[in-house]
Structure formats: structure tokens, C-alpha cells
Design a protein. Structure first.
Length: 237
């Protein structure tokens, strides 16, 4: 039984309604109604996992996210993360995390992964780790790309969080599953995943209904769309 996850989802929905966040999910039909799948998303906000999880709700699925171990060690977030059966990632014991995630997939769970590993300060898709591809191949499950755009305006790296900001649009775009054929290297498949994520993110950014309110509000747009976010190569440094 899910004793923790549904109340947390209900609380989040109530908060988002109070803030009048304009949440739009496109492509939810690509999430399978049953069975395991890896959900791979871009990462531009500390809140991304919440909205990725919301993206799976139309399919009546709960997502088990892989998150750094320190989140599980926190006295407040730890019990919640364990109660929702998310998966801790200890960088000093990565094999154990991989095995746990693989078993969850084989047990029919959806596992959420942020293959960029850290937040992209350029608001473009960074170079990806190959873990998402290797998980999907190991468990023989679909690899589903997803892009989330908007939550970074509430809380992102290097900016003061503003969790009470109202009327912020959030676009969630989910793509078709990426085939994992035999004989194709994880690096080649990871390059395909990056291309799909970049396309979904670009579509979300260009469809986004809000515009900066002035020159000082252009920080949340990537440079190639006229924003003042650092270029990818600068952000990487």
C-alpha cells in the first residue's frame, strides 16, 4: 500500500492550485499504464522531480526517483523519500544503487533519472551520464524522455528561491520511448537521448507563454533565446 506518496501528491497539488501555477502536460500517453520504464528528464530546477512525477499521474503511475543519498539522510526529507520508495544514490557505492533501481524496474516500477546529474545553469541540456540507458537496457524496459520547463523560475541553482511566486506556467513534455537495440553502444544511445531531450526542451521553451518582464528578468531564458543565462561552455566551467 502507498501510505506516503498519495498524501504528498495531494499536498503538492493543493499548493500549486493556491499559487495558480499553469501546469500543462503533453505526451502523457507515452508513459505505459503498467510495467517498468525509465523516465529521463532534463534538470534545471530543484523542483523538477515533483513536476516529473506530476507528468506521470495521467497514466496513474508513481515515479521512484534516484536522488543523492544526502537527501535521504536529512531528518525531514529522509522519511518522506523512503516512504515514497525513492532510490538513494551513494556515489561511493554506485553499483548498489544501480542494482536497486534495476530491481525496481523489473518489479514494474517507473524509475525517474536526471542523466545530467546536476542542474544545468545554462538552461540547455548538458552532457549526459549513460546510467539511464544502461538501466533501461539492463532491465529491458522502455526509456522515455521528458522535458520540464518553468520550475526554475521558483528555485534553481545560484538564485534565491521564490516558492510563493504565483501564476508561473510549467510545461511538461513527454516523448516517445527510445528503442534500445542490441549492438548499439550506451554512448550512442545516450547521444540519442540527449538529442531527444534537447528537442523536447526547445519545444517547451518556444511554446512557453510567459516573457521576461524586463532586462533584469531575462535570467531564466537560455542565451540562444535572448536570455542572460550563461552559455553552456561557460556554465560547464
Amino acid at each position: 500500500m502507498e501510505l506516503v506518496y498519495p498524501p504528498v501528491v495531494a499536498l503538492c497539488k493543493t499548493m500549486f492550485r493556491a499559487l495558480d501555477l499553469k501546469i500543462q502536460v503533453d505526451g502523457a500517453e507515452h508513459i505505459p499504464p503498467s510495467g517498468g520504464a525509465v523516465l529521463a528528464s532534463n534538470h534545471s530546477s530543484y523542483l523538477d522531480f515533483i513536476f516529473c512525477g506530476l507528468g506521470a499521474l495521467p497514466a496513474k503511475r508513481l515515479v521512484r526517483f534516484m536522488a543523492k543519498k544526502s537527501v535521504f539522510d536529512h531528518k525531514v526529507s529522509g522519511p518522506l523519500m523512503r516512504g515514497m520508495r525513492h532510490i538513494p544514490v551513494d556515489r561511493d557505492a554506485g553499483a548498489a544503487s544501480f542494482r536497486q533501481a534495476t530491481q525496481a524496474l523489473k518489479d514494474g516500477e517507473i524509475v525517474g533519472v536526471f542523466p545530467e546529474a546536476t542542474i544545468s545553469e545554462s538552461f540547455t541540456v548538458k552532457e549526459l551520464k549513460s546510467g539511464a540507458v544502461r538501466l533501461a537496457r539492463s532491465a529491458k524496459v522502455p526509456l522515455i524522455p521528458m522535458a520540464v520547463w518553468g520550475p526554475h523560475r521558483l528555485w534553481t541553482k545560484g538564485r534565491e528561491k521564490d516558492l510563493t511566486k504565483r501564476h508561473v506556467p510549467v510545461l511538461i513534455k513527454i516523448g516517445q520511448a527510445i528503442e534500445i537495440p542490441k549492438g548499439v553502444s550506451p554512448d550512442a544511445l545516450t547521444a540519442t537521448l540527449k538529442e531527444r531531450l534537447s528537442d523536447l526542451l526547445d519545444a517547451a521553451q518556444r511554446a512557453y507563454p510567459d516573457k521576461p518582464s524586463g532586462p533584469d528578468d531575462r535570467w531564466w531564458l537560455p542565451a540562444h533565446l535572448g536570455g542572460t543565462a550563461p552559455l553552456p561552455q561557460t556554465a560547464a566551467v
